[in-house]
Design a protein around this ligand. Structure first.
Ligand code: ATP
Ligand code: MG
Length: 582
């Protein structure tokens, strides 16, 4: 491709809101154009990278036995009503009506649509298993679209859905898809981790995320320094904590603690480790409008030096049948209205005071003793608290794993890493097939809902993910598999006939050898062309300049920025060798 003929609108300006380097470089390099909040157009360079990534995904999905389809972007609302998600999905779901007042949504994910297809055509276990995928646009009306392609409202996803006669076969496919995903991200040249994850709004029994390691990542993952354990912080587990020395042994008593309303002050006051204190976290649960339940306060208790993990907390609440959609902050006023004093909340008589339906203790507090907690009275705490004396408390894993906690598999030290979620695989079981009435006849003639799995890759998010992991200060550094061009032949002086002819011939010859070549034939200063090379990131630049007279050209490796002179004899082979090697 000749630079003079293609459309690569590079610029020095980056958008004011572009904090991340990937966002800056994708705009400045002319890869994408923002047309609305969270909505981007792909320009030729962006489309090239997208196509390269897409091609790898297609090859691996097809090799794994999945069949490509494409479902309608606009989905009838009734399908989403049948699954119960029309109301539940919240504001991220864009709902609208046509001229006849028929209701629709723009697909944010396609479990309902694909189940409707399979329900129509698959009637017998003999037609199973089946795996269908699409590479298509999704729309989610994200509250805060940001970071360029990282979190958009419209984005390209590869989504696959599998159908099985039983859970064993679903498990086999889940493992198979995990292996397929590992191959895809390895081929893309990424440093990534596969982590245990929460299943989120899609629901289901088990899920794993594929996270590209990058300092800017929005996701925090917890990994073990010793073994393979890795989990998203929303799902991370730990071994029960070991008790620090000097527990505050005391008989049960009420203690005057004037204005000691924080864990820090409580620790200082009693000269104890936060481990021995109980922290109350009050949250307001918001329910599905269908249930007509008013928001209500929910009480969570943790060790004082632990923090509530909001996703775990919501899951724990819904395990109790609450069907809450989210947990919001409770205001001091709301806490006071429930008869409590912020800073002095404890488990004693809590149910009687507040009429609370849901009080949940972190599992690390299971039958714990020698504790200090709020007395539900201003300026008072209880000491010598023994939770084993309470009857039928509800325990669940609701605490956020901390750096230094012990691994649930090997007791090794757990640490945090930042990453970008680029893939997510789920076991859905009968979550969609049952409500949508998608049944098949098993080998004994019994009618059963399909066992389902679903498997997503954030295709457009992969562009910024690659750049966040690989780029330098000058601009884009792509991986071998994702670079928009293998080599950029830069004609130093476009007016120089010798340079021009030489470069054009080399361009044609590399092009016919299957190399993705960009020929920078623009009548611009050499420095400008070099800056553009560094900004857009072809894997190599070949500078055809003054040294051509001496029978040499210069090759620059974009990633290492190393330069070397190559002689004209056997030049094509020397270039091909380096393209293959690096
Ligand atoms: P996130 O936690 O980042 O919001 P998610 O868990 O809601 O993502 P999934 O439903 O698992 O996303 O979708 C599959 C993949 O699609 C994700 O792993 C991610 O790479 C990508 N993706 C999800 N939301 C967006 C978005 N708003 N913009 C770009 N890519 C996205
Ligand atoms: Mg996800």
């Amino acid at each position: 491709m000749r630079f003079s003929q293609t459309f690569i609108p590079t610029t020095k300006e980056s958008p004011k809101d572009a904090i991340l380097k990937s966002h800056q470089f994708l705009i400045r390099g002319g890869f994408i154009h923002q047309i609305g909040s969270g909505i981007y157009d792909f320009l030729p360079l962006g489309k090239r990278v997208l196509d390269k990534i897409t091609q790898i995904i297609k090859e691996e999905m097809q090799a794994a036995g999945s069949c490509e389809i494409m479902m309608g972007f606009v989905v009838p609302a009734e399908l989403w009503r049948a699954s119960g998600r029309y109301e539940k999905y919240g504001k991220e779901l864009l709902r609208f009506a046509d001229r006849k007042d028929n209701e629709f949504i723009l697909g944010p994910t396609y479990e309902e649509s694909v189940t409707a297809i399979v329900k129509t055509y698959v009637k017998s276990y003999k037609q199973l298993p089946l795996n269908l995928y699409q590479l298509h646009i999704k729309f989610r009306d994200e509250l805060r679209p940001r970071f360029g392609l990282m979190r958009t409202r419209e984005f390209v996803m590869k989504d696959a859905y599998s159908f099985h006669a039983d859970t064993q076969d679903l498990q086999r496919e889940f493992t198979h898809m995990e292996a397929t995903y590992r191959r895809i991200f390895k081929r893309l040249g990424l440093d990534f981790r596969v982590v245990e994850a929460d299943s989120g709004a899609i629901g289901g029994s088990g899920s794993k995320e594929f996270v590209v390691l990058a300092a800017c990542g929005e996701d925090t993952i917890v990994i073990c320094e010793q073994c393979e354990y890795a989990a998203n912080i929303e799902a991370a587990k730990r071994t029960k904590r070991t008790e620090p020395p000097h527990p505050p042994k005391a008989a049960f008593a009420k203690f005057h603690t004037p204005s000691i309303g924080t864990i820090e002050r409580l620790k200082d006051f009693f000269k104890i480790d936060g481990f021995f204190t109980i922290k109350a976290v009050v949250r307001k649960a918001i329910f599905d409008p269908k249930t007509h339940k008013a928001p209500e306060l929910v009480y969570f208790f943790l060790r004082g030096d632990d923090d509530l993990e909001m996703t775990k907390a919501l899951n724990a609440l819904n395990q109790l049948g609450a069907e809450a959609l989210e947990l919001q902050d409770a205001s001091t006023e709301e806490i006071a209205n429930s008869g409590l004093f912020a800073g002095f909340i404890g488990p004693y008589a809590l149910k009687n005071i507040t009429q609370a339906h849901y009080i949940i203790f972190d599992t690390d507090l299971y039958e714990a003793r020698d504790l200090i907690c709020g007395a539900n009275e201003r300026d008072y705490h209880f000491v010598g608290v023994d939770l084993s004396l309470f009857e039928s408390l509800t325990y669940a894993d609701i605490a956020q794993v901390r750096v230094g906690d012990s691994c649930p598999c090997c007791q090794g030290k757990l640490v945090y890493q930042k990453g970008i979620e680029v893939g997510h695989i789920f076991k859905l079981n009968q979550r969609y097939s049952a409500p949508l009435g998608a049944h098949f006849l098993d080998s004994s003639g019994k009618s059963l809902p399909f066992e389902m799995g679903c498997y997503g890759i954030g295709v457009s998010r992969l562009l910024p993910a690659i750049l966040e992991q690989k780029s330098d200060m000058k601009g884009c550094v792509w991986t071998k598999a994702s670079a928009p061009f293998d080599i950029d032949i830069i004609i130093s002086h476009a007016q120089d006939t010798h340079q021009n002819t030489f470069a054009s011939e080399l361009y044609a010859s590399l092009h016919s050898a299957g190399v993705a070549v960009l020929l920078d034939d623009r009548d611009l200063r050499f420095g400008v062309k070099m800056t553009d090379f560094e900004l857009i990131g072809p894997r190599f630049a070949l500078i055809v300049g003054k040294s051509l007279e001496e029978g040499r050209v210069e090759l620059v490796n974009r990633e290492s920025l190393e330069r070397e002179f190559l002689g004209l004899e056997g030049l094509k082979e020397a270039i091909l060798l380096r393209l293959e090697r690096d």
